[in-house]
Design a protein around this ligand. Structure first.
Ligand code: CP
Length: 331
């Protein structure tokens, strides 16, 4: 089934057809960013709130740019600039924002499940922009779009996801998305950072970097999330980098046309060497470019669909046709 959800909370349980429909929409939105005038009226008159309780460079900026390229108005709120700093709960904040009639709220929060919580309390679409160690679906979708662009299809590829999987919402969302699209997924890292549940989700588990990378089509490096580590998960940063840093020597074990991804921000020299990050196999900047297109597609699909549903409900309730705007006709 094509993507028809009211919210985007995660990729767990999302089928291949829904994921493919988002990627197809993103691919068609991509050329707008190459135009001289990078704007279309698809979401004119709509309002998108970016509610970010954690720092972000890529996600927040690309959601804002995506909304603006669709002519939506944007409002950015950080934890320090909101009344959360005065003790207001996340739900109260969201309900107050909803009372101002936004058309979507994009939420980043350190608590796993925060986006699901808001989706139960507000009626406008909620987009999960990263919740704790749980999911980061828009990041995984832009990763999938990047892989699909480079390799033509995702089914049949072998993808190694390497590093701090325990704390990685990016790794978890990618595992769901890649498996749904038919890739073989290897998760690679020290036993302390690779949850056992990943095997139950269909991943091959490797503890040696060379075994995980050998003959892989795609290598996705994950950031070591020191800010989420309450205990020592490995003896030292030097030891981690000795065993798990992706160097040119290790890349040579992968397939000759391998592509290297990293969601950013990168710890250069810890999980990835600069030679690899900036080298010929790296598609890291392509990922960032694709982030805008994926977020344009998500905003468009969720907001246009939500308005179409509201109009249908109003029509049913009042028995009178509702006049739709140019962008509100169908999802
Ligand atoms: N990849 C990612 O989520 O980056 P930011 O934290 O900068 O948004």
């Amino acid at each position: 089934m094509a993507f028809a959800e009211r919210h985007l909370l995660g990729l767990e349980g999302m089928g291949a057809e829904a994921i493919t429909s988002i990627l197809d929409s993103a691919a068609s939105f991509k050329e707008i960013s190459d135009r001289d005038i990078k704007k279309v009226p698809a979401l004119r008159g709509k309002t998108v709130i970016n509610l970010f309780y954690e720092n972000s460079t890529r996600t927040r900026t690309s959601f804002e740019i995506a909304a603006k390229r669709l002519s939506a108005d944007t409002v950015n709120i950080s934890e320090s600039s909101s009344s959360a700093s005065k003790g207001e709960t996340l739900v109260d904040t969201a309900r107050n924002l909803e009372a101002m009639r936004p058309d979507a709220i994009v939420l980043r929060h350190s608590m796993s499940g925060a986006a699901h919580l808001l989706a139960r309390h507000v009626s406008c679409p909620i987009i999960n922009a990263g919740d704790g160690c749980h999911e980061h679906p828009s990041q995984a979708l832009l990763d999938l779009l990047t892989i699909r662009e480079r390799r033509g299809a995702i089914a049949g590829l072998t993808v190694a996801i390497v590093g701090d999987l325990l704390h990685s919402r990016v790794g978890r969302s990618n595992l769901h998305g890649l498996r749904a699209l038919g890739a073989t997924v290897r998760v690679v890292g020290p036993p302390t950072l690779v949850p056992r549940e990943f095997a139950a989700l269909g991943a091959e588990v490797h503890t040696r970097l060379v075994d995980g990378v050998r003959d892989a089509d795609v290598v996705m490096m994950l950031r070591v999330q020191r800010e989420r580590m309450g205990a020592n998960f490995f003896p030292s940063l030097d030891e981690y980098s000795h065993y798990y840093c992706l160097t040119e020597e290790v890349v040579r074990l992968a397939k000759p046309q391998v592509i290297i991804l990293h969601p950013g921000p990168m710890n250069r020299g810890l999980e990835i060497s600069s030679a690899v990050a900036d080298g010929p196999y790296s598609v890291i900047m392509n990922q960032v470019t694709n982030g805008v297109a994926v977020r344009m597609a998500l905003l468009y699909l969720l907001i246009a669909r939500s308005k179409a549903e509201d109009a249908a409900e109003l029509e049913a309730a009042t028995d009178a046709p509702v006049v739709r705007g140019r962008s509100g006709g169908r999802a």
